[in-house]
Design a protein around this ligand. Structure first.
Ligand SMILES: [Zn+2]
Length: 218
C-alpha cells in the first residue's frame, strides 16, 4: 500500500461511519495498527460513532456482570428438557428408564390376552382389559365405549412421571400423550375411534419419549 493510498483511505475513513464489526473489534482491542489509526481518525471527528462505542462498552460490561434471573433459569430449564433423552440429566433419564420398564411389563400384560383371540365380543362400555403393576405404581385399563371407540387409561401415584410424554401405537393408530397431574397422581387417557381400532389388538407399542417442558417441579 502506497503512502497516497493510505492518505486516501484515511480521508475516506474520516467521513465514513465505523461498521458494527469495526466498532466491536475496536472495543475488544483487536484492530491492527492501520485499522486502529483509521478508526481513531474517524472517532476524533464523529460524535455518533463515539457514542456507539461507549454504548458497546457499557453493553459488554453489563453482560459480564449480568446476574441470572428466575426467568433466565426457567428458559434454560426449558432448553434442557427439550433435549433428547440420552442428553438429559441423569435424574430425569433415570425416571424415564424406570417408566419404560413399567411400560414393558404393561405391554406383555396386554399382548398375552389379545394375541389369543380378537376382542369382538363384550358389551358396550365394558372394561375389556386391566393391568396393575405388582407394586401398584402403574395401572392401565381399556374400555370399549358405547360408540365402539376404545379408551385406554394410564394412572400412577408417582408424581416423578408428571409430564412424561409417551408414544402409544395400536395397529394403524398412534398418538402422543403426556402423563398429567390428576388428583394425587398422574394420568393419561387415549381414545381410539372405532374406524381406527386395530384388527390385531396385539399389534401394540408404547415408547417413552421424554419429560415435557410442562413439568415444573425440577
Ligand atoms: Zn461516525
Amino acid at each position: 500500500m502506497g503512502l497516497e493510498d493510505i492518505e486516501q483511505l484515511l480521508k475516506d475513513a474520516k467521513f465514513r461511519h465505523l461498521s458494527e464489526a469495526t466498532l466491536t473489534s475496536y472495543s475488544d482491542g483487536q484492530l491492527d495498527k492501520v485499522g486502529l489509526a483509521l478508526a481513531d481518525a474517524h472517532l476524533s471527528l464523529c460524535l455518533i460513532c463515539k457514542r456507539r462505542l461507549t454504548f458497546l462498552k457499557e453493553e459488554a460490561e453489563a453482560l459480564e456482570s449480568y446476574v441470572m434471573t428466575e426467568e433466565d433459569h426457567a428458559s434454560i430449564d426449558q432448553l434442557i428438557k427439550s433435549e433428547p433423552v440420552n442428553r438429559l440429566p441423569d435424574y430425569i433419564s433415570n425416571e424415564l428408564h424406570r417408566l419404560n420398564s413399567y411400560l414393558r411389563d404393561l405391554l406383555n400384560a396386554w399382548i398375552v390376552p389379545f394375541s389369543e383371540k380378537a376382542t369382538r365380543g363384550g358389551n358396550d362400555g365394558d372394561e375389556i382389559w386391566r393391568y396393575e403393576s405388582k407394586d401398584g405404581m402403574l395401572t392401565a385399563w381399556a374400555v370399549l365405549e358405547k360408540n365402539a371407540s376404545l379408551t385406554v387409561h394410564f394412572s400412577s401415584p408417582d408424581l416423578a412421571w408428571e409430564g412424561a410424554r409417551i408414544l402409544f401405537r395400536l395397529g394403524p393408530f398412534s398418538k402422543e400423550i403426556a402423563l398429567q397431574r390428576k388428583d394425587s397422581g398422574v394420568a393419561a387417557k387415549i381414545e381410539i375411534p372405532r374406524r381406527e381400532r386395530a384388527r390385531n389388538m396385539a399389534d401394540i407399542s408404547i415408547k417413552v419419549l421424554d419429560l415435557s417442558a410442562s413439568r415444573k417441579d425440577l
